[in-house]
Design a protein around this ligand. Structure first.
Ligand SMILES: C[S@@+](CC[C@H](N)C(=O)[O-])C[C@H]1O[C@@H](n2cnc3c(N)ncnc32)[C@H](O)[C@@H]1O
Length: 194
C-alpha cells in the first residue's frame, strides 16, 4: 500500500514538472461533451495546466468517457463572456491565436508556440465568433487539401497543440519545472487528494 502511494506521488510529481502554465486553449462555445473531453485529453498529453472556456449559451461544461479522466488533471476555467476571457489571458501575457478557415489566416506551423500562447477554438457549427476574432492576435489555420472544408474541433486542437509540444520539446521547456514553487506545491497537494 505504502509503495503504491509512493509510486503515485512520484508519477504525479513527474507530470507536474512538465506542466506548461503558458500554453492553453480557449474554447468558445464548444459544447459537445465528447469534443470538450477529447480536447482536455490532448491538453493533458501536451502539458496544459489550465484550459479556458466561454459558454454564451449557458450551462456548465460536461465531460464524458472520452476524457479518459483527464478533466481531473487539467483545470478548466469558465469565463462569463469572451471579453472577460481575453482580459484574463492578456493580464497573463498570452498571445491569443484564433483558429479560422479564412483566406488571410496564417499556417498554424508559422506560430512560435514557445511564447505564452493560447489557441482559440470555435463552436462546432459556427466557428470562432467575429468578436473573438477581432480581439485575437491573429488567425491561424490547418491547411485543408480535401473535399471537406474543416476538421472536427478536437482534431484541430490536437494538431495544433502537438505542434506546440514539438516546438517546446525542442526548446527544452519540458526539462525543468515551469511552475513557480508555491503554485507547484499547491497543485501537488490538490492532485494528491484526487
Ligand atoms: C467544424 S469547425 C467550424 C466550421 C465553421 N463552419 C467555420 O467556418 O469556422 C469547428 C472548429 O474547429 C477548428 N477547426 C476545424 N478545422 C480547422 C482548420 N482547418 N484550421 C483551423 N481550425 C480548424 C476551429 O476552431 C473551428 O472553429
Amino acid at each position: 500500500m505504502r509503495e503504491r502511494t509512493e509510486a503515485r506521488r512520484r508519477r504525479i510529481e513527474e507530470v507536474l514538472r512538465k506542466r506548461q502554465p503558458d500554453l492553453t486553449v480557449l474554447l468558445e462555445n464548444v459544447h459537445k461533451p465528447h469534443n470538450l473531453s477529447a480536447i482536455l485529453r490532448t491538453c493533458d498529453a501536451v502539458g496544459v495546466l489550465e484550459a479556458h472556456a466561454v459558454n454564451p449559451t449557458g450551462g456548465v461544461p460536461t465531460f464524458n468517457e472520452t476524457s479518459g479522466g483527464s478533466h481531473k488533471w487539467v483545470y478548466l476555467r469558465v469565463h462569463p463572456d469572451i471579453r472577460e476571457a481575453f482580459r484574463h489571458l492578456r493580464a497573463r501575457d498570452f498571445r491569443v491565436y484564433a483558429t479560422a478557415l479564412r483566406e488571410d489566416a496564417q499556417d498554424f506551423r508559422e506560430v512560435d508556440y514557445t511564447k505564452p500562447t493560447c489557441v482559440l477554438l470555435g463552436a462546432e457549427k459556427w466557428g470562432v465568433s467575429e468578436e473573438a476574432l477581432a480581439l485575437s492576435d491573429g488567425a491561424i489555420k490547418i491547411p485543408m487539401l480535401g473535399m471537406v472544408q474543416s476538421l472536427n474541433v478536437s482534431v484541430a486542437a490536437a494538431v495544433i497543440l502537438f505542434e506546440a509540444q514539438r516546438q517546446r520539446l525542442k526548446a527544452g521547456l519540458y526539462e525543468r519545472p515551469r511552475l513557480d514553487p508555491a503554485l507547484y506545491q499547491k497543485i501537488l497537494e490538490d492532485w494528491l487528494r484526487k
